[in-house]
Design a protein around this ligand. Structure first.
Ligand code: MCN
Ligand code: CUM
Length: 796
């Protein structure tokens, strides 16, 4: 079917006339959320359910001398206390990570970060379980911690992972992309080379709902039902089967409503495994839900990249090459969630939106005594770090060349006729049209006007900055021949069933955490079959009811599962044609499709609607040879390529010269995610991501002291933006469909988080230009800005 084109909202059209891409189809999930009727993990109460609590290490690095659980076990409401020793007996003390490493479920030999899981108490209620934690006596023998990644490879640095045979230092991996010799040659002959060190600090996704699980093991039929806050129910089920040895058909993973995931809910956490063991031991369901501090201190963090960037250019502003070296802090266990072949995620798209002659990056991953993670927080598998690097570097270059940063970008964009564009590190950008997007952003915010205003303010000694960023993302992993997670190929299934009365159900392998899948996937089916979105039920989050697939992260639901759903619906449409032909006693070739109906060419009055055909399929119509009696179809979609959404962001800030406080006054975002299925949802995704970006740029930070104590373990210390700190977003869009995606859609879920931090930092640095400031590391807190104004750089 034809590529749906973007339309302006037309009040005369209803959602069923034009299900995709226009107007504001209301979210089907909102009636229950607005009424407080969402069903989140902690809302679920099973008969006889027990509660778990986790004892965590108070120190960052120590030998575990002994654990005494006698007193805790004597607590009248405690049913079980599980330690690493107990898990060793089950071969579960250590588990494989998503990055070919192992991680401790409960510590056996050492603790390796503050907050690490040490023992698990199962009790009649949450309070007793927590009280009993204090009755466990653990003796630790302190070891020196490795806190600064830059010291991790020093000779003589304490070896964190002495559990691993042959591991004599804190090195995890070296990885590179691009052609080093070619890049060095371009640098050697370039007129201008600029270099900048920068840190993308450790931050945390901090979803509104923390992580948790309820394990319900039925000893009679050997079936484990596991309710989990998970972004990837099927992958979890398979991993539990592989690791715990429970047969896969005896595991059912159910993801209820999820209060935000943002990459925090991709992995399997020790608490989930302990809940399972607790349920097997007690024969009763066990609920474990972490609190806010546990979430911030121990679950998947994001970023923590220390980057050295270099950019080579001609004097007149032609960018020739970019090279970078990165030190990646992965914490105590390499547990990042990313495709196997990509230990640094998709960082190699640091070439950005520019047509370069050469590029090279090398990444060194190290262990430190900090929580594991690394790929989370709307990162598109490290595209966040890549975009930050290149967009900061372009600004550093603009400063050196004394050129306007928007102008410098416009001069270097990949041009529309160059798509599909093969970049220097091996990505094939599917489609793009960059200049109109940046021009639109400049127009929306009145870039020239802002620059004039800035000049006037500077003359009066006021500090105002304007920051530009332009990003290209790579989202929607597979294809599976190149991409897998622990050997599972990155494809997704979808199943469409049209019931006898013409209503439909679509079953997905991906998992919404707030993105609105119940609405948008119904819209895709509606577009293909002409069934109104409200007549289509979307089922997800239950491995017993949905086809296999790798789940939601890396903004892959629309690129991958969206493709699966569109193709499954098209299969249904083709099947409907055969059945309609039988019903109309004509040949399938003589039929023509219009929204929701097959009719006889040249005789539009002779036709059958999808509902009539569905009834026919399940009814008494004599079906053609080889056509079975339903109107269902199933597809597993292995995408041919990723999709490459892009956007232009411009931000204006004012800085208080007395306090260093940054006020984001205006922010314009022009995004292009190809065909927009639900413009309202797309806009919501962008608003959320922009708030993330302002948060990271100005206040979010998981810091550590020299002992490895986590300094970001509560919302008193880990600051996230509220409505007070963000401006009214001004958004625009262009539509450059993906040429390979069945409906031309690209992912959008992480674009704004990826693209906005450099816009804000570029604006802050621009505001501080009168002080000679050329770079500042995030978060640009008042203290750091004030220090920068005094000529003192951000402390390491
Ligand atoms: N959409 C659309 N048209 C497009 C692209 C997307 O209408 N061209 C819609 C989709 O159908 C979907 C939503 O926008 O309803 C996001 O789609 P997509 O870009 O495919 O991203 P995913 O659904 O795969 O969501 C994952 C992405 C990630 S990886 C993080 S992290 C993040 C994000 O989504 N976590 C979120 N946005 C979030 N939003 C909420 N509310 N909660 C989270 O945890
Ligand atoms: Cu990198 S956070 Mo999202 O991919 O779930």
């Amino acid at each position: 079917s034809a590529m749906p084109q973007e339309r302006e909202p037309n009040p005369a059209m209803t959602a069923s006339d034009r299900p995709i891409g226009f107007g504001r189809v209301q979210r089907k999930e909102d009636p229950r959320f607005i009424r407080g009727k969402g069903r989140y993990l902690d809302d679920i109460v099973l008969p006889g359910m027990l509660h778990g609590a986790m004892l965590r290490s108070p120190v960052a690095h120590a030998r575990l001398v002994s654990i005494d659980t006698t007193e805790a076990l004597a607590h009248p409401k405690v049913l079980a206390v599980i330690t690493g020793k107990d898990l060793e007996g089950l071969n579960l003390a250590w588990a494989p990570t998503l990055s070919a490493d192992v991680m401790a479920i409960l510590a056996t030999d050492k603790v390796r970060f503050q907050g690490q899981e040490v023992a698990f108490v199962v009790a009649e209620d949450r309070y007793s379980a927590r009280d009993a934690l204090e009755l466990i006596d653990v003796e630790y023998e302190d070891l020196p911690p490795v806190v600064d990644a830059r010291r991790a490879l020093d000779p003589g640095a304490p070896v964190i992972r002495d559990d691993k045979e042959g591991q004599t230092d804190n090195h995890i991996f070296d990885w590179e992309a691009g052609d080093k010799a070619e890049t060095d040659a371009v640098f050697a002959r370039a007129d201008v080379v600029v270099r900048q060190e920068m840190v993308y600090p450790r931050v945390h996704p901090a979803p509104m709902e923390t992580c948790g699980a309820i394990a319900d093991y039925d000893p009679v039929d050997g079936k484990l039902t596991l309710y989990e806050t998970t972004q990837a129910p099927h992958a979890h089920r398979t991993l539990y089967a592989m690791v715990a040895g429970i047969p896969e058909h005896k595991i059912r993973v159910i993801a209820p409503d999820i209060g935000g995931g943002f990459g925090n809910k991709v992995g399997i956490y020790p608490g989930y495994v302990c809940a399972v063991v607790g349920s097997i031991l007690t024969g009763r369901p066990v609920k474990w839900v972490e609190d806010r501090s546990e979430n911030l201190m121990s679950t998947a963090f994001a970023r923590d990249y220390t980057m050295t960037g270099e950019i080579a250019a001609t004097r007149d502003g032609r960018i020739l090459a970019v090279r970078t070296h990165v030190l990646a802090d992965h914490g105590a266990f390499n547990a990042t969630a990313q495709p196997t072949k990509y230990p640094a995620g998709f960082f190699s798209i640091f070439t950005g939106s520019y047509d370069l002659q050469a590029a090279h990056c090398s990444v060194t991953g190290v262990y430190t005594n900090k929580a594991p993670g690394g790929v989370a927080y709307a990162c598109s598998f490290r595209v966040t770090e890549a975009v930050y690097l290149v967009e900061r570097m372009v600004d550093v270059l603009a400063k050196e060349l004394e050129m306007d940063p928007a102008e410098l970008r416009l001069r270097n964009f990949i041009r529309p006729e160059q798509f599909p564009y093969k970049n220097k590190t091996g990505w094939e950008y599917d489609s793009g049209d960059y200049e109109p997007a940046l021009r639109m952003a400049m127009e929306l915010i009145d870039y020239e006007g802002l620059r004039r205003e800035q000049a006037e303010k500077r003359a009066r000694g006021e500090l105002m900055g304007i920051g530009v960023s332009f990003f290209t993302e790579t989202v929607g992993a597979g294809p599976r021949k190149h991409m897998d997670i622990v050997g599972l190929g990155m494809a997704d299934g979808a199943e469409v069933r049209v019931h006898p009365t013409g209503k439909a159900v679509v079953r997905l392998s991906v998992q919404t955490q707030g993105q609105g899948h119940e609405t948008t996937f119904a819209q895709i089916v509606a577009e293909e079959l002409g069934i109104p979105p409200e007549d289509i039920e979307v089922v997800h989050g239950d491995t017993d009811q949905t086809p296999f697939g790798l789940g939601t992260y890396g903004s892959r639901s629309t690129p991958v599962s969206g493709g699966a759903v569109a193709l499954a619906a098209r299969k249904v449409q083709e099947k409907a044609r055969l059945i309609a032909a039988a019903m109309l006693e004509t040949r399938p070739e003589d039929l023509e499709w219009e929204k929701g109906r097959w009719y006889v060419k040249g005789d539009p009055s002779a036709g059958k609607t999808i509902a009539e055909i569905a009834l026919g399929a399940h009814g008494t119509v004599a079906l053609p040879e080889g056509v079975d009696g339903n109107l269902d179809a199933e597809v597993t979609y292995d995408p041919p390529n990723l999709t490459f959404p892009f956007g232009a962001y411009i931000c204006a800030v004012d800085v208080d010269p007395g306090t260093g406080k940054v006020h984001v006054r205006r922010f314009t975002a022009v995004d292009d995610c190809g065909t927009r299925i639900n413009p309202m949802i797309v806009e919501g995704q962008i608003h959320g991501g922009l708030a993330d970006g302002v948060g990271m740029a100005l206040m979010e930070f998981i810091g550590f002291d020299e002992q490895g104590n986590c300094l970001g373990g509560s919302f008193m210390d880990y600051l996230i933006p509220t409505a007070m700190e963000v401006p009214d977003w001004e958004t625009g869009y262009t539509v450059t469909p993906s040429p390979h995606h069945p409906i031309g859609a690209k992912g959008i879920g992480e674009s704004a988080t990826v693209g906005s931090p450099p816009a804000v930092v570029n604006a802050v640095v621009d505001a501080l230009a009168p002080f000679g400031v050329t770079h500042m590391d995030m978060p640009c807190t008042p203290a750091r800005v004030w220090e920068a104004m005094q000529g003192r750089p951000t402390p390491p």
